[in-house]
Design a protein around this ligand. Structure first.
Ligand code: AMP
Length: 512
């Protein structure tokens, strides 16, 4: 049987990753505490863990939820779940018991894996939902690995079709209920394979993996791309700028969220020399400031490659490997992915440079929201395009630009105000590091445009200086009514500015 026939009979992501592996001794993962795991060992460990899952009663299509600290065993668990034909459901380690109760009741997993310290609380929730519980700690110890150590490494990967589910990832859900995005084997495999080619990954690559593995970025983009390329990754439990700069001497790629780059820039150790062994710096999950892009280039000689994706769609666009990596733009659609910009109301496609709703279609786009058929239907157009909720434009050179989430749009006095436009003006002012523009309830205008600004230490940036600098540069209706200077913006673990938190903080700003 040739490789194509095999893919047709078994589209399981695990088979596509590892079947026919020709060099099992090749290094797959190393950890900062000195573990070195080869491809062969990774496959064997996934086999052992898959056997444990089956022993615990996990069946094809069952959900296996995991709230565990980042570890190699955590990654093995993901691979084992997929290999056993079950559906992997990673959960942010920051979720509280209250939040977990919702996810577990909604997803109805047959098994929940958690840190031993949380076993009691989660155990009670899981038993209510009829799920079993196993433990897995940050150091790889726990009931799951104890059982796996005794299990056979032989496991026949369960055959799955392209359209079968491999994972459910709950979206961060800053408004309304968090939704479970259903991702198929084909969604994950096609996107990673496409990125391997686009970003020129090869078996010579060494990725610095400092992202969490409960989110699409660290779990799918970073891990699947590395494994498909037969490259290796250095697993860091968390972001550590000093260590990352040291590792650059023998690594080739870093994938990060924008805050990685701003924080690395604060280190004097970040130099051209320190980054000379690296071939690629990739950023995504939140907007990379154009200033950060330029500063990174000036300091290191590398142009950060920014890409755009989301939980529901995997990766949609990327700046080119060769050619211009444009600061502030997220690049071109990936091969096989269609991107268009439409009028949010009518759904009519808009021309180049027009601002509207970004919609995407392709093998990367998820199957729908778990047990929410109506919600799913309302987020897709009739011709299969997914309405991302991101507002943006495609420029004359075909580069996609993100101008913010649709729900962050400010409507002041009946006029639409795109926060990004005002943020870009403020960010360009001397002494300003970054800003966030939000709409806050206002008796006269509906929403009052409000700017929250982070200034450099010691810089003379205040409300009146910002307003003065904006005068004449922005139409009156876009002018902030108030400017708040703060030390930092609230961010989640993926570096996204939490505008909902800012809206809450300043909710009463204009009340009399
Ligand atoms: P998540 O589902 O947590 O990955 O969040 C996806 C959202 O992050 C997208 O819908 C965008 O709003 C935002 N996002 C991801 N990558 C970028 C980027 N490069 N620039 C701007 N926003 C981004």
């Amino acid at each position: 049987m040739n490789a194509t026939q095999k893919t047709m009979t078994n589209a399981n992501l695990f088979s596509r990753l590892f079947d026919g592996i020709d060099d099992p001794a090749r290094l797959a993962i190393e950890t900062v505490d000195g573990q070195r795991i080869s491809y062969g060992e990774l496959i064997a460990r996934a086999g052992q863990m898959a056997n444990v899952l089956v022993e615990r009663g996990v069946k094809i299509g069952d959900r296996v939820a995991a709230q565990t600290e980042k570890s190699v065993a955590g990654l093995v668990l993901y691979l084992a779940v997929v290999r056993a034909g079950a559906v992997y459901l990673p959960l942010n380690t920051a979720y509280t018991l209250n939040e977990l109760e919702y996810f577990i009741a909604d997803a109805e997993p047959s098994l929940v894996v958690c840190d031993p310290s949380k076993a009691e609380g989660i155990g009670a929730i899981a038993s209510k939902a009829g799920a079993k519980v196993e433990t897995l700690a940050a150091d790889g110890t726990g009931s799951l690995t104890v059982a796996a150590a005794k299990a056979s490494a032989e496991f026949e990967t369960v055959a799955r079709a392209n359209d079968d589910l491999a994972a459910i990832l709950y979206t961060s859900g800053t408004t309304g209920r968090s939704k479970g995005a259903m991702l198929t084997h084909e969604n994950l495999a096609s996107n990673s394979l496409s990125l391997v080619g686009y970003w020129r990954f090869s078996s010579n690559d060494v990725l610095i993996h400092a992202l969490p593995i409960y989110h699409t970025h660290g779990l799918f983009v970073a891990s699947n791309v590395t494994l498909f390329a037969r490259a290796s990754m250095i697993f860091l439990p968390k972001f550590d700028p000093d260590l990352i700069i040291k590792l650059m001497a023998r690594a080739t790629v870093l994938m990060g969220v924008p805050t990685f780059y701003t924080r690395l820039l604060q280190s004097p150790a970040l130099t051209k020399e320190a980054t000379s062994h690296m071939r690629l710096f990739i950023s995504g999950s939140a907007p990379l400031l154009a200033d950060t892009h330029r500063e990174w280039f000036a300091r290191t000689g590398h142009a950060v490659l920014e890409r755009y994706g989301m939980t529901e769609t995997n990766m949609n666009t990327s700046n080119p490997y060769d050619g211009d990596r444009v600061p502030g733009a997220v690049g071109h659609p990936l091969p096989g992915v269609s991107v268009r910009v439409t009028d949010p109301e009518t759904g009519k496609e808009l021309g180049r440079e027009s601002v509207g709703m970004i919609e995407v279609k392709g093998p990367n786009v998820f199957k729908g929201y778990w047990r929410m058929p109506e919600k799913t239907k309302s987020e897709f157009r009739h011709d299969g395009f997914f309405i991302t909720g991101d507002i943006g434009k495609i420029d004359t050179r075909g580069y996609v630009h993100i101008l913010g989430r649709g729900k962050d749009l400010v409507i002041s006095g009946g006029f639409n105000v795109y926060p990004k436009e005002i943020e870009s003006e403020i960010d360009a002012m001397p002494g300003v590091i970054e800003s966030a523009v939000i709409g806050v309830p206002h008796a006269d205008f509906g929403e009052g445009v409000t700017a929250v600004v982070v200034s450099e230490k010691g810089a003379k940036v205040d409300e009146s200086s910002v307003l003065k600098a904006l005068e004449g540069r922005l139409a009156k209706f876009k002018m902030p009514k108030r400017v708040m200077v703060v030390e930092e913006l609230p961010r989640n673990a993926m570096g996204k500015v939490q505008k909902n938190v800012l809206r809450d903080t300043y909710a009463k700003l204009y009340s009399k």
